[in-house]
Design a binder for this molecule. Sequence first.
Ligand code: Z2T
Length: 839
Amino acid sequence: IQEPQLQGQDTGMQCEDDRTGIGVETLKRAFLDNLFYVQGKFPALATKHDYYMALAYTVRDRLLQRWVNTAAIYTQEGSRTVAYLSAEFLMGPHLGNNLINLGIYNQVQQAMTELKLDLKELLAKEEEPGLGNGGLGRLAACYLDSLASLEIPTLGYGIRYEFGIFDQLIRNGWQVEKTDKWLRYGNPWEIARPEWAVSVKFGGRTEAHKNAQGRYRVRWIPHKVVLGIPYDTPILGYKVNTANTLRLWKAEAPESFDFEAFNRGNYYGAVDQKVTSENLTKVLYPNDETYEGKQLRLEQQYFFVSCALQDMLRIMLRQKLPLEQFHEKFAVQLNDTHPAIAVAELMRLLLDEHEMDWEPAWEITQKTFGYTNHTLLPEALEKWSLKLFSSLLPRHLEIIYEINWRFLEQVRHKFGTDEGRIGRLSLIDENDGKFVRMAHLACVGSHKINGVAALHSELLQKTTLLDFYEFFPEKFTNITNGVTPRRWIVLSNPKLTNLITSCIGDNWIKHLEDVQRIETYAEDPGFQQEWQQIKRENKVNVAEILLDRTGVKVDPDSLFDIQVKRIHQYKRQHLNILHAITLYNQIKQNPNLDITPRTLIFAGKAAPGYYIAKLIIKLINSVAEVVNKDRDIGDRLKVVFLPDYNVKNSQPIYPAADLSEQISTAGKEASGTGNMKFAMNGALTIGTLDGANIEIRNAVGAENFFLFGLTTEDVGALRLTGYRPREYYEQNPQLKQAIDQIASGYFSHGDRSLFKPLVDLLLDKDPFMLMADYQPYIDCQQQVSQTYRDRDRWLQMSILNTARMGKFSSDRAIREYCQQIWKVQPVPVQLAAEKTGDG
Ligand code: Z2T
C-alpha cells in the first residue's frame, strides 16, 4: 500500500503532508485547500456550512490513510471478523468524535481560531445521521467505537435510510413530526461502493430442479429483484490506527429505467419500478419497542440481512476461504430480532446457492450467530403472519419449517411428548392465526443468547425465554450494556475531562476502570470546588440552550433534575410530572416554603402512532406553562421540555445534570444506557431497581444512589393479588389533588376532556403502577432535596459516582462479547510510516 508519509508530531514544518499531517499550519493549509477544491469557494463567499464541509474533508483525509491500511491488513491476514447486524445505528455527529479519536481536537481548534473561525459553530453544522430510535441504535454506535478502539476487526451492517428518525417540533405543546432530511447537503463521511452491489430477491415461488450431480435442489423464482448498494463509513478507534467499516445498504432498481415501458410511451410507468425499489430504504420505522406487522418493514429487514450475508460470502471467496469456514471467518451478532431472518437466509445461501448439505450448513449457521435480546415487553416481540411471510419469502418459510421440524424432534427426544411445551417452543405461533416467531428463530439459530443487564438476563431465563433456557441453558449469558467514554465524557464534557486528566493522567479514557483513582479527591475541598465549578458552567450552558430553544429562563443554581429518553408509559415520565405538580401545590399552599429550587428538564420523542405517549408530552408542556408563569412559584420550580432530543442535543445535557431520573416500573427497562451517561458525568440517580440501575447502584454504593419503589417481585405479587390503583388515589390527598387538577382542566385552560384518557388509564388500569410508586417517589425526592442542601456531601457523592462507573464503559462490554461470544482477538494496525521507522 502506497500512502502519504506521516511525518510525526509536527509543528508546521513544510515537509508535512497536506493530507495526513496534523500540525496546525498543515491543518490550516489543508482546510483552505479543501474549501477551494471540494466546496469550490474562497473564504469571502464561504458559508458556515462550506467551512464545516472543508473541515470534514480535512479530517476525512486523515482517516482514510488508517482506513485503507486497516482494510489491507485484514485482507492480508484473513482476520476473524465481527459482523454486527443492526436495523439501527444511531451514530450522532461524526466530526467531533473523529477529532477526539484522532487525537487532534486541540490542533484543529487552534487552526480554526487562527483562521478566525469557531470550531464549536462548525461542529454544530453537521446534520446527524439519526438512523435509530433510541437505546438499541445508540448501543450499536457505542459498540462500534469500542470495537475499533480495541482493534477488533468489525463490519457494522445496516440500512442507509434516506430519512432517519423524524425531527420533533413542539406546537402548542404537542409533538409535531418533521422529515429528517439528513442527506440534504451531502454526507462527507460515506463512500459509495457500487462495485460491490448485490441483488436481493423478493416474492415469487420455489421449484425443485436437479443439479449437475443429479441431486435435487430448490430454486427460488422471485417476483422482483432489488439492488443493494453499499455505502461505507470509517469508524476510527480512539488513538489507534484501526478504522473499521460501517456498511449501510441503499436499495435501487436493477435498471433505473424500464425501457419496455419507456418505448411504449409510458414515461411515468418507466420510473415506477425505480421508485418502488427505492422506497425500501426510504425511512426508518419510528417505533421503539412496539412492532408493527408492516410488509415494508419485513422487506427492509430481509434486504439488509441478505446484502450483509452475500457481502460476507463475497469477502470469503475473494480471500479464497472455503465456505465451510464461514463461522471461523465471521462472528455475526443479531441486534435484537430485527435481523433474525439471517438464520434462514444463511441456510438458503449455503444450501441453494452453494449446494451445501443441510447438516453442515446448519452447524455452520448455529456456530455463526449470537442473539442479543433488548426487551421483555410483549408488544415488541416480532412475529410475522404466515400469509405475509410466504408471499415475500417463500423459500425462507420452507427452510424455517424444516428447522422447526428438526428442532421439535430434539425437544421430543429430551422432554417426551409434552405438547404444551412443544407449542410454546415452536417457531410457528398457532394460537390466534399463524405467525413466524422471530425470537424463536434467533434462539434456535444461535449458539449464544444474551440479555443486556443482569436483571434482564435473569428475567429472560425465568419468563420470556424460559422454555428455551430449559432446553439449552448453556446458550444463555448476560452482558451488561456500556457506553463509550469518548463521546459521553471526553467530547461531551471537556472541562470534566481536563480536571480528571490533570489529576490522574489520561489513561482512564481507554481504561475507564482507572477513573476510580479520583476517589482519593472525593473529599478534597479544592477538587470539590473545581468539580462544582465545572458542573455549574455546564448548567449555565444548558440554561442558555433552554432559553434559546424554549424561551424559558432557568436558574443555574437550582437543582437540575433531568429525564431524557424516548417517551413511553413504562419509563413513567408522567410519574415525574406528578412530582412536579406536587411541588407546585406545596409552594402554592405555603408561598414562603423554603424548598430546594429545582429545574425539571424533559426531552424525548414519542412514536408518531403512540397516542398516550404524545399526550404525556402535551401534559408536560401544559404543566410547564402553568408552573413557569406563576409568580408565586418564582425561581423555585421550573419545568421545561427541550424539543428534538437526539444525539447532538443530548451531549450538553448529561454533563449539566445534578439528578438523573431512571424511574421505570421494575422489570420493564431491559438495561437503560442514559442512566450510565448521567452517572459518569457526576449526576446522582433517583431510580427503581430496574435494568442496569441495580448494577449502577452496586457500583457507586447504595449510599450514593436514591432508591425507591416496587421491586420486580413486588410488581408481580401486586398484580396477582389484584392491583387497585384508585385506592392509592383515594387514600393520598396529595396524589388525589394532583390527579384531580389534571382531570379538572387546571393545566388545560379548563378543558376536562384533554387528559381524560390518561387520567382514566391511571385510575382504572395503571399498567405501570404509578399510583403504587407515587408516595415512595415523593419521599425519595424529598431526600434528594435535603441532600442537595449539604453541598459537601452532594459533591462527594457526585465525585464517587463518576469514580465508580468504570464498569459501564462499552469497552468492558465489548471485551465480554469478544471473550464469551465472538472468540475474536485484536488485530493491531500499523501505518507503513511507523513500520519503516521514519514516522
Ligand atoms: C430499544 O431502544 C431498546 C429495546 C428494544 O427492544 C427496542 C429499542 Cl428501539 C426491541 C432499548 C431498551 O429499551 C433499553 O433498556 C436498552 O438499554 C437498550 O435497548 C439497549 O440495550
